[in-house]
Design a protein around this ligand. Structure first.
Ligand code: MN
Length: 233
């Protein structure tokens, strides 16, 4: 295809055991999906309908990479999350049919400029600049559901420089992955290439250049990320 400005490379995520990669169309994220994290953010953990925000596809960063500390923040946080990779189109998908639309699963980080997110929240403004920036969604290789099934329980944890900071079980989610798919697919027709980050457990906190993040979910590939210097360092 001829383009009138320079084109760019399609963002992708590796797939475990496959030479082919997973092409990224859109990245959706669920806010506050573990009660203890909702409480630490000063919110009500009751079962209100899930809410969503999004990240551009250039938020992807690959496993093992060093990601730049982002600009205009002094409080960049990690959030480890289970990520769903949609493989089949669907609109108004019933929760009971959600698994038919999920190609696979991986471990992701929803990196967050917490100071910008909180300032936006206090002013009733969108979260975009707090949540959506390049390399804000590192992910390990996707494990196809055809091989591992559909994880709905199991440990999820995150370590910073070997120190455990977040630890929970996937079954602690307020809205299960199947229910998340059901809700999101009422707002958007879900399409192959859509990734859904399902929310983070309690224990979020700041990162600093030089630190190492290790994200784990039972049965998936561990995610190992180094924080690099920011634009002014
Ligand atoms: Mn998150």
């Amino acid at each position: 295809m001829e383009t009138v400005i320079p084109s760019w490379k399609l963002p992708t995520v590796a797939v475990a055991g496959e030479s082919g990669v997973y092409p990224v169309r859109r990245i959706f994220c669920v806010g506050r999906n573990y009660a203890a994290h909702a409480r630490e953010m000063g919110s009500n953990p009751d079962r209100e309908p899930p809410f969503f925000f999004s990240k551009f596809p250039d938020s992807i960063a690959s496993n093992g990479s060093t990601i730049a500390y982002p600009p205009e923040t002094s409080n960049c946080h990690y959030e480890v999350e289970l990520v769903l990779a949609i493989g089949r189109e669907g609109f108004r998908i019933p929760a009971a049919a959600a698994q038919d639309h999920i190609y696979g699963y991986t471990v992701g980080l929803d990196m967050t400029r917490r100071d910008l997110q909180q300032a936006a929240r206090e002013q009733g403004r969108p979260w975009d600049v707090g949540k959506n920036f390049p390399q804000s969604a590192p992910m390990s290789a996707i494990q196809p559901a055809a091989r591992i099934g559909h994880p709905r329980a199991g440990a999820i944890w995150l370590e910073v420089d070997g120190e455990r900071k977040q630890e929970a079980d996937l079954k602690d989610m307020i809205w299960s992955p199947d229910e998340v798919v059901a809700h999101l697919s009422r707002l958007y027709t879900l399409l192959p290439g859509d990734l859904i980050m399902t929310g983070t457990p309690a224990g979020v906190g700041p990162v600093a250049p030089g630190q190492h993040l290790l994200g784990h979910i039972d049965g998936l590939e561990d995610l190992s990320i180094r924080i690099g210097p920011g634009p002014d360092q």
